[in-house]
Design a binder for this molecule. Sequence first.
Ligand SMILES: [Zn+2]
Length: 395
Amino acid sequence: MLTALFNQHPFTTIHFTKEELLKLRESSPHFICPHCSSPLILRLGNIKIPHFAHTSKISCAYGSKKETPNHVLGKALLYQRLSELFEDVKLEYYVKELQQIPDLLITSKEDRLAVEVQCSTISLSEVKDRTEGFRREKIQPLWLLSQPVISKIPLKLTCFQQGFIRYSPEFHYFLLHFNPERKYFTVFPHLTSVTTNSFLLSKPIIIPLERFIIPISISPPECPYPHILKNWKQYRQQWMQNKINYNSSRYDKFLGEVYEEGDTFIYLPQFIGVPVIPHTALCKTHPVEWQYYMWKDVMKKYPHFTMEMINHAFLRRVSKGDIELRELPLLSAGTGTKKLIHDYFKLLKILDLIKKGEGKYYRLSFGWESPKTFNEFQQHERDFFPKWKHILKKD
Ligand SMILES: [Zn+2]
């Protein structure tokens, strides 16, 4: 922590140089924890920037927070930057109603914003609970992921890191990352999952700390999804290959269902496993799997069907555990699976796979038959390609 009580007044290390603090420490000052009133020691080492620590392990709202060197540094840097933008920025302020201490609390007119720098891995349910708590108190939370993320294609993210994915109309599913050591933020926009933990994306946008503002204001990339559509087929193919290799010696429920239906997994039609832009990231289960279930449960089964029927079938599979949704606690309500299904339906129409019937009803625009041989599969690929090449080659 960076703030203590000293002679009954708040004392923050970041307002002083290390030399000044060393000098002060020689006089054996009494620093007190503002939260639990127990004594604190001033630490002036080489790894973390100057900070306070409890002398012993005690039950203090603050003592339980894990603070890595990067966390302490990030908090100090953000405090300095945000103090240039807002008059009222509090460091490590105790929000009584929530019994929580966000790293920074900004008050601007009627609005309150809590900034949390997250370096250590905690449970996503804790992130969710704290986010909901802030929102209940009309405090807008801003979580900044500060664990190392290597910027490459595809972008690999752990389950925990994925929990920080947010949604905006400009960037769609995106991740905001803060690198305190190098003093910049990165926005990873248009995240589109290709496996459980890897994502295709548009070009990352770097924001130097001195240009960081809240709300974040940057122009979106000129050409979204440049890598996604071009390489989608290849990633889909790779995922299928891995699925077979991984499950060659064990039972896989999905592969079992495909087999029982009389379909051949490696020859599944190209329109099963299409990228539903932009909502692909909502689903942890691969598009080949969940879209196959939709074909099997609805489109193949009923001559006439509606979007609601697909929606219900999807939710039923979710409740059975066949389809798994990604845990995204920072998404505001409304970015739900309904949108995923809506856009999936739209895509089926664009691809000319379904045709409108009476009222809300649709029907397949061709007879369902899964290719049985490699030759049949190749013929299918040739037939289908013209239907979606404009989507694949977009941008
Ligand atoms: Zn304390």
